[in-house]
Ligand binder design. Structure first.
Ligand SMILES: *[C@@H]1O[C@H](CO)[C@@H](O)[C@H](O)[C@H]1NC(C)=O
Ligand SMILES: *[C@@H]1O[C@H](CO)[C@@H](O)[C@H](O)[C@H]1NC(C)=O
Length: 264
């Protein structure tokens, strides 16, 4: 079941990169263990990190195609029982000049009921070494990402609220501490509830003064796992659900032999 989740989420890699120069690479860029991809381009290098389940790895190369044979660094693995295992969804974020790596981890065994968002502190380059900083979400939480609006950082993650898996948001007061938890979006529409009601895998998008949060909807091992958008109204409190408008339906769905559009 977990490898199927990985396989479905892996497809996100292909779709993420369709907009780039198609002539310069062929998919897949990372196989196996290419699910939950997150990439930054810094000082001439692409830095890619993905879910391996067992550790946090970074691959770097000067071209997208080069990532297939790029330099690989294992930047984190852990034997502490509360966060040893099920390492998911790593992401780099630069805050005040320092790179932080947010990731999800929990306990050993089959259960993923103990997943929390954690953060590693790196240096001034994404390639510097990382050390453990803190557990960020007090309750169950996965897929942490950082949203910035008007110089205020927010953590968005997938949480359990009202008994279902929602997107939550809180101010990110320091790189490792959050304020009060608010529900950002709930899986209430038919296209968000296939297999199970799920909102997860949030990714902020900024363009031409507008701000969106793309997220994954429905259960990740169904073909209806899809991407949808929340659009910020431009003036309201980002912590309030009323400041965001959900797309009328998903914006990326299964098609042409690609199933379950994954974690963008
Ligand atoms: C790839 O993922 C599997 C679980 O799906 C894990 O057991 C394995 O260690 C991962 N490989 C690497 C190189 O991390
Ligand atoms: C699930 O996906 C199938 C196949 O693409 C589609 O026909 C169906 O409408 C989807 N269901 C929902 C609730 O969106």
């Amino acid at each position: 079941m977990f490898s199927l989740r990985g396989a479905l989420r892996f497809l996100g890699t292909s779709l993420l990169l369709l907009g780039a120069d198609a002539a310069s690479f062929s998919n897949p860029l990372k196989d196996p263990n290419g699910s939950d991809p997150y990439m930054v381009y810094v000082d001439g290098y692409y830095y890619l990190t993905t879910t391996t389940w067992s550790d946090v790895q970074i691959t770097r190369a000067t071209t997208l195609e080069g990532l297939k044979t790029g330099e690989v660094q294992v930047v984190w693995s852990d034997t502490e029982p509360s966060r040893c295992c099920h390492l998911w969804a790593p992401e780099f974020h630069q805050i005040d000049g320092i790179w932080y790596l947010y990731y999800t981890a929990g306990t050993s065994g089959d259960s993923v009921d103990n997943q929390h968002v954690h953060v590693l502190q790196g240096g001034s380059s994404p390639w510097d070494s990382y050390s453990y900083l803190a557990q960020v979400t007090p309750e169950w939480g996965i897929d942490g990402t950082v949203l910035t609006i008007a110089n205020q950082n927010y953590l968005i993650w997938s949480c359990m609220a009202n008994g279902i898996q929602c997107n939550c948001i809180a101010t990110l007061d320091t790189p490792s501490t959050i304020g009060e938890t608010h529900i950002l979006s709930e899986p209430l529409e038919p296209w968000e509830t296939v297999g199970a009601p799920v909102n997860e895998g949030a990714a902020p998008l900024y363009h031409d003064g507008s701000i969106w949060v793309a997220y994954s909807a429905s259960y990740c091992w169904t073909a209806n796992y899809s991407l949808a958008l929340l659009e910020y109204d431009g003036f309201g409190d980002p912590l309030e659900q009323s400041s965001w408008t959900k797309s009328d339906g998903p914006v990326f769905v299964s098609a042409d032999g690609n199933y379950g559009t994954g974690h963008n």
